[in-house]
Design a protein around this ligand. Structure first.
Ligand code: FAD
Length: 625
């Protein structure tokens, strides 16, 4: 009797960050889902740093949570330290980040998935896809088992023909200690897919018992930690584990240089492109030769373990060179290694072969999410997994797809960038990639996305109600500031202290509080405001959001107006069979790119590199606009 008789609605291949979110989303929406992965012991493994969030990535985790994914909840439950980065900058830049307990993170994900209805598990390597007339019908495993499905989400991460490098040694593997995945790339190439190679690297992990932390600079978490999830399921940390910081030195650099001739980065053995913003230590020394030291963050891997992640020391130099150089770092004089650093090369598929739902253009019902699309990072992967899982479900049940615009979410920016522009190097998110970042803040991801997700069938009613309560409370507070006056004698001392010009006559609180010199803590100094906050039991997140709505009202309005302008172009749809060859005045490059990417709207067409404003005018005239 065969192991699998049913036809699944959705099969998710791979249980990394993308696969876990995809499986949870599809199953929670009601799809009969199977998660097939090579090793059930490494579900949601953090392949590199034990941390979630950070600049722009923290906003993505908040968005995932607002939509009903699990990354935020899992991160909160397994955090050992919380920091709100960029707090000294405007709120568009505030980015939550946690240091995670690596083992508990993976365990929490696995247990949550086990408690998810409609979700089955199977451990094996998928080595091929079942396709009938350009339509996916299932997967084939390395044991030759065929499992039928109406849709398949591939989330193979760094495993496709993965090749690990340490110095002049190289061997096949998807991650240290795990074998590579073979078969899928070759089959997809036969179907007509383009493929490429990318690389990434990771630092050594060391024994904390062998380090002298007293020589390093302590890096504590926030005094008043917050959390990722908007839900009541998690709470901020009550105690935290500190990280530490130290530096490399000219001596360390010299020792590392001794291994350059055996470095796969420099001797041409690694040919593929790595993440520009996460360079290896050898790359940093080579590229920034004038810098005599680089920061190293010494990060615990969990609450109880003594294993330490040496952030900033990613390397594929020979292990003896890594070891000798690290022993010259202050505080690391007696270091013992748990695992050496390494680099990995793997196959990816240029994401211009996908639509906005992350479905492939070539095979109906086949979706790609995560590192397979040329991205890097857990958050980027998880958010794509969530979107692909939701859309796989929606497609099977013949419902409208779930797509996010660039002014609605970083996830919208990410997917639009990937499918419109493609990527030649590992893509990671930055706030600068978003043109509407004052709208896409970490504090309002629930307002932006929970209603959309609820409508699509994922976010729960409870989440929607919580979001509405919070929005009403902050809008009410803003209204109170707009309607309540404040007298000069109540505020002038503070204004003087803050170097802001004094008031001559009574004015509305809204105007006073919108002055950049007045902070959230100041607001509570006014008796009537303090009383209002207490009487209405206003919580910190509501207060913070009201402050942002007051202080940034001008910017928010301006970005909304710009986004509205864009949405007019977004509404001009390009027919699927649009014949670009008929437009003689289009530039050759524009014609070629438009044919390849087949944008669905004029707005998307305008974002393709090589398509100029005059090309857009030609298209608009042809379309009678
Ligand atoms: P992964 O987390 O790689 O998960 C893939 C999953 O698919 C695994 O569970 C695997 O077992 C399974 N799988 C693969 N093929 C098959 C198959 N055929 N059948 C069944 N199951 C399969 N990110 C950064 O942001 N910064 C960094 O510096 C960084 N460095 C990294 C260094 C290394 C060495 C590695 C390996 C990764 C690094 N990353 C880094 C990337 C980060 O780990 C990934 O972006 C993220 O984990 C991708 O998530 P994913 O779900 O796409 O894939």
């Amino acid at each position: 009797m065969s192991l699998f008789q049913d036809v699944y609605d959705v099969i998710v291949v791979g249980a990394g960050h993308a696969g876990c979110e995809a499986a949870a989303a599809a199953a929670n929406m009601g799809s009969k889902t199977l998660l097939v992965t090579m090793n059930l012991q490494t579900i949601a493994q953090m392949s590199c740093n034990p941390a979630m969030g950070g600049i722009a990535k923290g906003q993505i985790v908040r968005e995932i949570d607002a939509i009903g994914g699990y990354s935020g909840i899992v991160s909160d439950k397994t955090a050992i330290q919380f920091k709100m980065l960029n707090k000294s900058k405007g709120p568009a830049m505030w980015s939550p980040r946690v240091q995670s307990d690596r083992m508990r993170f993976a365990e929490e994900w696995r247990l949550r998935l086990e408690h998810t209805p409609n979700l089955d598990f199977y451990q094996e390597m998928v080595s091929g896809l079942l396709v009938d007339k350009n339509r996916i019908t299932g997967v084939r495993t390395s044991l030759g088992i065929e499992i039928k499905a109406k849709s398949v989400v591939l989330t193979n991460g760094t495993f496709l023909n993965g090749l690990i490098h340490i110095g002049d040694k190289q061997f096949g593997g998807g991650r240290a200690g795990e074998r590579a995945s073979t078969g899928i790339t070759e089959q997809l190439v036969d179907f007509g897919f383009d493929t490429g190679r990318m690389k990434t690297g990771t630092p050594p992990r060391v024994d904390g018992r062998s380090l002298d932390f007293s020589k390093m600079i302590i890096q504590p978490g926030d005094e008043i930690p917050e959390k990722f999830s908007y839900s009541k399921e998690t709470s901020p940390l009550t105690h935290q584990r500190p990280c530490h910081m130290t530096y490399t030195s000219p001596e360390v650099h010299e020792l590392l240089k001794e291994g350059f001739d055996r470095s796969p980065m420099f001797n041409g053995r690694i040919k593929s492109i790595g993440p520009r913003y996460c360079p290896s230590i050898e790359d940093k020394i080579h590229r920034f030769a004038d810098k005599d030291r680089h920061q190293l963050f010494v990060e615990p891997e969990g609450w109880d373990t003594c294993e330490i992640y040496v952030n900033g020391f990613s390397t594929s130099l020979p292990e003896d060179v890594q070891f000798k150089a690290l022993r010259s770092v202050v505080g690391f004089e007696n270091v013992k290694f748990f695992r050496p650093g390494y680099a990995i090369e793997y196959d990816y598929f240029p994401p211009t072969q996908l639509t906005h739902t992350l479905e492939t253009k070539l095979v109906d019902g086949l979706f790609f999410a995560g590192q397979i699309n040329g991205t890097t990072g857990y958050e980027e992967a998880a958010s794509q997994g969530l979107m692909a899982g939701m859309n796989a479900h929606l497609k099977v049940y013949e419902k409208d797809p779930f797509m996010l615009q660039r002014d609605e979410a970083y996830i919208g920016v990410l997917i639009d960038d990937l499918i419109t522009k493609g990527t030649e190097e590992p893509y990671r998110m930055f706030t600068s990639r978003a043109e509407y970042r004052t709208l896409l803040r970490q504090d309002n991801a629930d307002e932006r996305l929970t209603p959309l997700s609820y409508k699509a069938g994922l976010a729960s009613e409870e989440r929607l109600m919580m979001m509405e309560e919070k929005r009403e409370a902050s809008d009410k507070l803003v209204k109170y500031f707009e309607e309540t006056s404040i007298l000069p004698e109540e505020v002038n001392d503070l204004l003087e202290e803050r170097g802001s010009s004094p008031m001559k006559q009574s004015d509305k609180m809204f105007k006073v509080f919108s002055r950049p010199q007045i902070h959230l803590d100041d607001i509570k100094k006014f008796k009537k405001v303090a009383a209002y906050i207490e009487d209405n039991a206003i919580e910190k997140d509501v207060l913070e959001q009201a402050e942002i709505k007051v202080k940034y009202a001008g910017y928010i309005e301006k970005e909304k107006a710009n986004a509205d302008k864009l949405s007019r172009l977004e509404n001009i749809k390009i027919p699927a069979n649009f014949d670009y060859s008929k437009l003689k005045s289009l530039s050759y490059e524009a014609k070629e790119k438009l044919e390849k990417i087949r944008p669905v709207t004029i707005s998307q067409a305008s974002r393709i590199s090589g398509v100029s404003p005059s090309d857009i005018s030609v298209m608009l005239v042809y379309m009678g606009r």
